[in-house]
Write a protein that binds this ligand. Structure first.
Ligand SMILES: [Zn+2]
Length: 311
């Protein structure tokens, strides 16, 4: 195997720095790629965080996996990219400095904007050499996602991989245009998205569930003996719905993320700061809350909570 002109032989581990650009200050921007190969042949697995630069739970998940040496496989190869979008990471931002979302820029362009260049590098050099991948994300815009795998569940391999990961929730999720998942699927690669927690915040539960799920995923592929037993059922969700704010105001939730709610249950209130309005929010459907807005200030139409409908 060769990455950026550096060869990694069976049994070797290497850290490779790939230059992806420069800041106006001349500081060079490098993506760090850690490769661990077993002596024995086997699948190639990509663990990647920070595609959205401020979604740091995934960065910590991969850091802990490497610290615990769980990335060293018993067969095959594990490629760890803890931070893909270095630009966003150092700016506490989801985006690259041109304001574009890397995950809406695939398959990328060698001569394009920064987002397109980062996407191009990944599609050209890394995705072709992998078999499977886990792309770690969190909720954006003050939204907390209860730990969940997102995948196209009309694919038998994806179903098996999501079952192996065994997150608290598995959500059927269509491909978004120009996303990594869509572009990788066109090359026949299976990439699951793990969502857990909220951007710019560590969440211990989401971090540890992400690590345990990755161990179960590797165990399923016979790449690791580690197989932590989950303390919960894996709930599969094929349909979900958002509750949105009917009015602008201050949002107070009456429920916790992950909780099951019944149809017509009061799940929160929107008040205005002047005591003139108090709106009760009820669910129209029964299901689990898989995403919850944590920003008290909302505008009409803002997403308040994401309900996973189980049937
Ligand atoms: Zn994300």
């Amino acid at each position: 195997m060769e990455i950026n002109g550096i060869s990694i032989e069976p049994g070797e581990q290497k850290s490779i720095e790939v230059n992806i650009g420069r800041l106006p200050s001349h500081a060079s921007i490098d993506i760090v790629i850690h490769v661990a190969r077993a002596v024995g042949d086997g699948p190639v697995l990509l663990l990647m965080g920070g595609l959205h630069g401020d979604e740091i739970n995934g960065v910590e998940i991969i850091r802990r996996i490497m610290e615990r040496k769980k990335n060293i496989p018993s067969r095959g190869t594990v490629i760890c990219i803890p931070i893909l979008n270095i630009f966003g990471f150092i700016h506490f931002s989801r985006y690259v400095p041109d304001g574009k979302d890397v995950n809406r820029s695939f398959p990328g362009n060698k001569n394009g904007s920064l987002a397109a260049r980062v996407a191009y590098y990944l599609m050209k050099n890394i995705i072709p050499i992998i078999d499977y991948g886990i792309d770690f994300h969190t909720g954006g815009d003050d939204r907390f996602n209860f730990p969940q795998i997102r995948s196209m569940l009309n694919d038998k391999v994806n179903i098996k991989l999501a079952e192996a990961f065994h997150a608290p929730f598995t959500l059927h999720s269509q491909y978004r245009p120009k996303s990594l998942r869509q572009s990788a699927a066109k090359l026949g690669k299976h990439i699951l998205v793990y969502e857990g927690g909220e951007s710019s915040r560590f969440d211990e539960y989401a971090i540890e569930q992400g690590i345990h799920g990755t161990m179960r995923f590797m165990n399923y592929l016979n790449m690791s003996k580690s197989n932590p037993q989950p303390q919960y059922e894996n709930i599969v969700i094929r349909r979900s719905s958002w509750i949105r704010a009917k009015n602008s105001g201050m949002f107070l939730s009456k429920v916790k993320c992950g909780e099951f709610v019944n149809k017509n249950q009061v799940v929160g209130h929107i008040n205005d700061p002047f005591g003139e309005m108090n709106q009760t929010i009820k669910t129209r459907l029964s299901g689990n809350i898989i995403g919850l807005n944590n920003n008290p200030l909302v505008h009409q139409g803002d997403a308040l909570m994401h309900i996973g409908i189980v049937n």
